[in-house]
Design a protein around this ligand. Structure first.
Ligand code: NAD
Ligand code: TDX
Length: 350
């Protein structure tokens, strides 16, 4: 199949592309604007493949998207392009509205025009797959899990923009007959994770001898999924998922933030002991909480398991160790990002 991957130079998109090139026969066109979070260095492993192409474009640019569609003629659009960082959405929501809502609308319009012009047999095979987040469901207290029928209750500018885009995608399916799929996934982690996110931020700041900022009291809970498990889930859904359907994807690995940070410190203590001989955990600092910080997310992933046979393969402790090893062995990748002063301001709140 030919798969157009929007946001393919990002953390999850690049993991999907690396998976598709190494473990399938699919052809891939990445369409990516290359914002601060889009990195061609994350696609180096596939850049020599004749099944991989790249186009730099904004999903909100109808001419560029239309040209890519008519040239590549995809059977699947896997839509991952988004502004993804919650703290940035609090500091400046405008880009989140523009890309996640307006951009998704523009992409849907192009996809619909393209779909309507396909021959009938190709229409039957076409899928528009929107990759979304569990944050659209809001916040849980100590019990309960998000299912595919949990009502939406987004609470940050980021999650509100993703909720809006989910609604648009489903509306284009329901009203115009576009064969859409939506996946709502929990927190990912693993190689090529952008250094502003909790896990890489802690690894990099620990190695730099800096404080390790934990928001609030560190009791907030996330359900962590190794990014390569997510890539396999996405492939299962666009290859075999039922059009019109939503699939929740999760790691079955709920952890409090403070325990995640301690697990990273323990892995670093084993793999790269600090020159001082002290544990990295001594660098942990509790800082002001994120405004509106959701307490807990947790996913019930039984639908994708029962219908498509997908399950996570990486236990959290193994995934954290693999991730810490990757950041230790790929300093050039993250140092180049730090040197580029990617974000002007954010690399931890302390
Ligand atoms: P990321 O920030 O690492 O990557 C986003 C990519 O989209 C970048 O390559 C960026 O250049 C590109 N992009 C941004 N705006 C664009 C535009 N207007 N046009 C074209 N390309 C654009 O994000 P990620 O963590 O890889 O997340 C990918 C998707 O998965 C997002 O939709 C996100 O909401 C969703 N998601 C992420 C997680 C997670 O834990 N990271 C969990 C669930 C869902
Ligand atoms: O310095 C920090 N200290 C801290 O305590 C940072 C950056 C985060 N945190 C906390 C906030 C969250 O409870 O750690 C948790 C994880 O934070 P992030 O890595 O920013 O992820 P989160 O806000 O949970 O959102 C992520 O998962 C869902 C992705 O960024 C989203 O794109 C995805 O939809």
């Amino acid at each position: 199949m030919r798969i157009l991957v929007t946001g393919g130079a990002g953390f999850i998109g690049s993991a999907l592309v690396r998976h598709l090139i190494s473990d399938s026969e699919h052809e891939v066109l990445v369409l990516d604007k290359l914002t601060y979070a889009g990195l061609l260095s994350s696609l180096e492993a596939v850049s020599g493949s004749n099944r991989y192409q790249f186009a730099q474009a904004d999903i909100a640019d109808p001419v560029a998207v239309g040209e890519a569609l008519s040239r590549f003629r995809p059977q699947v659009i896997a839509h991952l392009a988004a502004e993804s960082h919650v703290d940035r959405s609090i500091d400046g929501p405008g880009e989140f509205i523009q890309t996640n809502i307006v951009g998704t609308f523009a992409l849907l319009q192009q996809a619909l025009g393209y779909y309507r012009n396909l021959p009938t047999d190709e229409q039957a095979a076409f899928r528009f797959h929107h990759i979304s987040t569990d944050e659209v469901f809001g916040s849980l207290d100590e019990t309960g899990l998000f299912t595919e029928t949990t009502p939406y209750d987004p609470r940050s500018p980021y999650s509100a923009s993703k909720a809006a885009s989910d609604h648009l995608v489903r509306a284009w399916g329901h009203t115009y007959g576009l064969p859409v799929l939506v996946t709502n996934c929990s927190n990912n982690y693993g190689p090529h994770h952008f250094p502003e996110k909790l896990i890489p931020l802690i690894i990099i700041r620990a190695l730099s001898g800096e404080s390790l900022p934990v928001y609030g009291d560190g009791s907030n809970v996330r359900d962590w999924l190794y990014v390569e498990d997510h890539a396999r889930a996405l492939r299962a859904v666009f290859e075999r998922g039922q059009p019109g359907r939503t699939y929740n994807v999760g790691g079955n690995a709920e952890r409090r933030n403070i325990d995640v940070v301690k697990a990273i410190c323990a892995a670093l203590d084993r793999l790269s002991p600090a020159p001082s001989g002290r544990s990295y955990a001594e660098q942990i600092t509790f800082v002001a909480d994120r405004p509106g910080h959701d307490q807990r997310y947790a996913i019930d992933a039984s639908r994708i398991r029962d219908e498509l046979g997908w399950e996570p393969q990486h236990a959290f402790e193994d995934g954290i160790e693999a991730t810490v090893r990757w950041y230790l062995q790929n300093r050039d990748w993250w140092q180049a990002i730090l040197d580029a002063r990617y974000a002007t301001q954010r690399l931890g709140a302390a």
